[in-house]
Design a protein around this ligand. Sequence first.
Ligand code: KG4
Ligand code: ZN
Length: 350
Amino acid sequence: MRVLAIESSFDDSTVALVRKEGDVFFVEKYLTSSQVEDHAKFGGVVPEVAARLHVSVLPKLIDKVCGYERDGIDGVAVTAGPGLGTALRVGVESAKALAVAWDVPLIPVDHMEGHIYSTMLADAEQTPTIDTKRMFPALCLIVSGGHTELVLMKEHGNYQLVGQTRDDAAGEAFDKTARLLGLPFPGGPSISKAAKTGNAEAIAFPRPMQHSGDLDMSFSGLKTAVRVEVAARDGALSDKDVADVAASFEAAVVDVLVHKVGKAIEQYRPNSILLCGGVSANTPLRNALKEAFDAEICVHLPARGYTTDNAAMIGAVGVRMLEEGMRLPDPFIVDADPARELGGRWKWEL
Ligand code: KG4
Ligand code: ZN
């Protein structure tokens, strides 16, 4: 089975063709167009600007991926939530039009579920080592700009939230800290770059909620601690200060995440660990999880090209749902669901 997939939940317009062969989710084509430069001057993503750019870019990407020909496409998968309402709607309405014109099922996909499937994607360059039959229960650490969650995946499509941030998401903490340090948006990659020349032990930042006894996390205190460090230098940071703060901050985030994964392993005894979401691009986090747990439990990481938002991961969920027999009675009931929660009901299912 093969689906065309569209993702426009935030600041990436992306389209993919994904097929399922046995247990393998194979990405046949994948195109992405980032809006990062368009939003950089605002220091963050502006929803209206994001939506307008999706409107101009998505039709071109769809044309390049399938030429508007239905040939061999069994369904159209689209991110329906969570995300920015205006941005999501561009993808949802485009997918709806294609599904109706081609007379194939429309498959609304949860963006966070998509991130989980980013660890399972195969393409012409790579075949993941993941065994999708023996991976369950899988412990998923989802770390993105809007979410930081520990989710127990009992089987395909079955999710239990076991821990989450009580305030800022990890990616958000990277973005806000970068802004405090005068580093460019998006903060994750800039902090990582600056951290390479810094000393991770220069500043003893707190490890919030490490001993809370549950699997919840908190990152807003860490951001405040960075603000205090910056203020202590009257806002005048040398390059070495920036590198040291970045490295010490990154180490604190990684420590907290690794610690909570360890606690979750003790509690739930998973067969695998899946790291996903934009922050999964972070090399120290990838290395720390592998180092801490991979000897006992397989740690699966998304390939570098699939860490941030992409339509390939949405196609993988969509093709699985289609194979399971998912059919909507009417594609017109689907609407963007910006506040969607993983595993819950869609707003149109109420
Ligand atoms: O999943 P994603 O692409 O979009 C959302 O759904 O939020 O995640 C974006 C987030 C941003 O906060 C960005 O700063 C962070 O992922 N990020 C990173 C890195 N690359 C992206 N954080 C830490 N280290 C990185 N290398
Ligand atoms: Zn995302």
